[in-house]
Design a protein around this ligand. Structure first.
Ligand code: PMT
Length: 320
């Protein structure tokens, strides 16, 4: 429960158990964590009664987002100005995360499509919007995990997520492998290019020079590298973007890349895969479990995936 703004009156009533209106009655009745964001004139904010009441609430575990200094109603300036909304939201997210079932878990998520340069202007890319990866990062953070999101695209994200911006497969490999060293869970939801131009033209290719021939070379297979160095306490999730035989192709990738969970998703249907808010996926785990989901939102699928990684366990026969 967030009380913003929290006036001197509400703070005083709440501190002394007076519940003669909807707000204070709800405050006394709720079992949810409570966060107050005081706002009042400086003289009130500094009054000993308010100071004591807030100290009483803080001692009972109420979370306080202190006011800022600045212009107050009535034109005067000083301490007592309501904290900025994003500060209040971030504080509330932090409170909720502490009770989350993934609290304490360090999770790395990748999102978006890599861009492999042809020349300073052009690149080879794909249609990944990052929505799937962002949904997983958001859900993991909301459930208490410490999340690093390695991404090629930029979207609004949960305030507790640490974003690392990358562009190419090489950059994504470096950032992801480094972050994975101190993480218990890694989710490779990014659409990493399999190939890139072997040589990047130093200047924009000119039409007048005729049709260019571009020789490609493989990019680092990040998921494979993660699998090869996977610790016994790590849980590795891969995605398989398939246009047909989703389950079979995903199963083949699962076996080849030492992952704990493979999310096979259909990227041919209009309402699934790239860019859309929904997905159709089959989850295959390393112990042979198979769960097929019809059309779900990517937000829901993110939680379904995380429900399966919340207790990472060493795979049978994993090296110590
Ligand atoms: O971003 P959205 O628009 O929401 O779309 C979501 C998505 C369709 C991109 C996502 O759900 C998805 O399927 N991501 C994986 C896309 C992909 O690269 O799949 P793949 O089958 O080509 O690769 C298999 C796995 O290997 C993936 O986990 C991929 O991240 C990883 N990979 C691939 C190539 C490479 N060089 N290194 C890798 O680590």
């Amino acid at each position: 429960m967030v009380v913003a703004p929290a006036t001197a009156k509400v703070i005083g009533k709440y501190a002394h158990g007076i519940s003669d209106d909807l707000v204070t009655a709800t405050l006394l009745a709720t079992r949810a964590p409570v966060l107050v964001a005081p706002a009042m004139h400086t003289e009130m904010w500094e009054h000993p009664a308010v100071v004591d009441n807030l100290a009483l609430l803080a001692a009972r575990g109420v979370h306080v987002v202190p006011p800022e200094s600045g212009r107050l109603a009535g034109g005067d300036v000083g301490a007592g100005r309501l904290a900025a909304p994003e500060r209040i939201v971030a504080a509330a997210a932090e409170v909720l995360a502490r009770s989350g079932d993934l609290a304490g878990l360090r999770v790395v998520v990748t999102a978006g499509g890599t861009r492999e340069p042809i020349d300073p202007v052009r690149y080879i890319g794909n249609r990944s919007s990052g929505k799937m990866g962002y949904a997983i990062a958001d859900a993991a953070a909301a459930r208490g995990a410490d999340v690093v999101l390695v991404t090629t695209v930029h979207r609004p994200v949960h305030p507790r997520v640490r974003v690392e911006a990358v562009v190419t497969a090489d950059e994504m490999a470096a950032a992801t492998l480094a972050a994975a060293d101190s993480a218990e869970v890694v989710v490779m939801a990014a659409a990493v290019a399999d190939f890139r131009p072997k040589a990047v033209a130093p200047a924009k290719l000119k039409k007048s020079d005729g049709v260019p021939e571009i020789v490609l070379e493989p990019t680092p297979d990040i998921l494979r590298l993660l699998g090869e160095r996977k610790r016994a306490d790590q849980y590795l999730v891969g995605f398989a973007a398939e246009t047909d035989d989703v389950r079979e192709n995903a199963a083949a990738k699962l076996a080849a890349k030492r992952v704990d969970l493979m999310v096979g998703n259909d990227v041919r249907s209009e309402d699934s895969g790239f860019e859309v808010d929904t997905n159709r996926a089959v989850l295959l785990d390393a112990d042979g479990g198979v769960e097929e989901f019809g059309l779900v939102t990517k937000v829901r699928l993110a939680d379904l995936i995380l429900d399966r990684v919340r207790t990472p366990h060493p795979r049978q026969g994993a090296t110590e």
